[in-house]
Design a protein. Structure first.
Length: 40
């Protein structure tokens, strides 16, 4: 199983030509769940 985290910045909705926010950035992280590790 993987856990995903996504975050964005700079979104002006449908106003894509807004000069106050000319850059849109989307970043993400994927973390694999290793489950329980059992020592014997």
């Amino acid at each position: 199983m993987h856990f995903y985290y996504l975050d964005e910045v700079g979104c002006t909705g449908e106003d894509l030509n807004n000069p106050e926010q000319p850059i849109f950035v989307l970043g993400g992280l994927s973390i694999r769940d290793e489950g329980n590790i059992q020592n014997r």
